[in-house]
Write a protein that binds this ligand. Sequence first.
Ligand code: NAD
Length: 387
Amino acid sequence: MKDKVLILGGDGYLGWPTAMNLSNLGYSVAVLDNYFKRWIFNKLGITPLIDCPNLQERANIWKGLTGNDIKVYVGDIGEQDFLFKVVKEFEPDTIIHYGEIPSAPYSMLNHNTSWETIQNNLGATLAVMWAIKTINPDIHLIKLGTMGEYGTPNIDIEEGFMEIEQSGRKDRLPFPKLPGSFYHLSKVQDSDMLYLGVRMWGLRVTDLNQGPVYGIETAESRMDKENRLMPHFHYDEFWGTVLNRFITQAVVGIPLTVYGKGGQKRGFLNIIDTLQCVRLAVQNPANKGEFRVMNQFTEIFSVNELSEKVKAAAKNLGIDVTTKNYPNPRKEAEEHYYNAKNTNLLSLGLQPNYLTEKVITEMLEIVMENKKNIRQDIILPGRAKWQ
Ligand SMILES: NC(=O)c1ccc[n+]([C@@H]2O[C@H](COP(=O)([O-])OP(=O)(O)OC[C@H]3O[C@@H](n4cnc5c(N)ncnc54)[C@H](O)[C@@H]3O)[C@@H](O)[C@H]2O)c1
C-alpha cells in the first residue's frame, strides 16, 4: 500500500482532481473541506460552469468507477479539535494544503473580506503546523502558495531564496516579497510561518508557489461520462482565472475583458500539470528541517498574448472574438520585466503540457457544451471593486 495523503480544501478546483489522481495511483486518500466556497458563492450570487455534487456524493461515484475509497471529512481546518481528530484518525504521511480563500479581488472588497481572508488562511496554516508538530512531526506538508507572493520585481525571480551579498558578507535569504492583495499577503505570511516552523521545530515543508491554473478536465474526471467528477470551473471575476474567463467570454460572444494595457505577465500552467507537480512533491518529500520552495508554472504569457491565443483558436471553430480594454480594477504594473525561475520541479521530472491551440480548442468545446449555464451577469468586471 502506498502512502496516506490528506488533502485539505478537497472540494476545490484543484483539491478534488488531486484526490482522484492520487487515489488512481494507489495512494490512500482523504479529503477535508468546510464547503466555504459553496457558502460564499451563495452569498455573492455566483455559480460555477458545471454543478459539482458534494464530496461524499463524488467519493461514492469514484468508488463505483474504481473500487477505491476516498475518505471524506467535513469541517474547518482552523478548528483545532476537529483537525487533530482527523490527523490522529487518518494518520497521513503527507498533507496537501489547498484549503484557503484564494481570491485576490474578494480579499480587497472591504474590511470584512480582507480580515476573513487573512484570518482564515493564516488560521488554517497555523492549525496544520501545530497538528503536525504535536501528532507526527514526520508528516510532509505540501502547501500551495502563489507566484503572486513575489509581485513583479525588476530582477529575476528565484525559487524562494536568493544569495545576497552586503557589505562584504554573503547569506542565502528568503527572496523579497511584494504581494498585491491581502490574499497574496496571506500567502506570504503563510510562507513566513512555515519557514519558522521548519527552523524552530524541524518540520518538513514544500511550498509550491503556483501561477494561475487553466483547464477543465483531467484523466480521472473523464472517467465519469455524466461529468459529475469535473472540477469546479469558475469564470466569474472573483474566482475565475484569466484564461478560464477568456474561454468562457469567447463562447458567449462577449469581448475578452483585458484589464488595463494587458501587458501584465504571469507564469501559467494546465490543471493536469498542477496534479503532476503535486504528485512529484509527494513522491520526493522535503527533508526533515527543510523548507523547500518550488515555483509551479510551465510558461509565461502576458494577458494580451493569452487573448490572442484564444482569438486564434476560436476563429478555427468559427467564433469571431474581439477584446475590450477595461480600466484595471487592480493596482499592478501593466508593462514590466518578468523572468521567474521554475527549474526545481523540472529537475524532479515535470513534463510540461504546454498551452497549444489544441488545448484551447478542447477547452472551448467543453465550455460550448455547457453554454446554457453561462451567466452573463457574473462574467463582466464591475462588482469586484478594489479599495
Ligand atoms: N487555482 C489557481 O489558479 C491557483 C493559483 C495559485 C495558487 N492557488 C492555491 O491553490 C489552492 C487551491 O486553489 P483552488 O483554485 O482549488 O481554490 P478553491 O477555492 O477552489 O478551493 C479551496 C477549497 O478550500 C476550502 N477551504 C477554504 N478555507 C477552508 C477552511 N478553513 N477549512 C476547510 N476548507 C477550507 C474551500 O471551501 C474550497 O473548497 C489555494 O490555496 C490557492 O491559493 C490556486
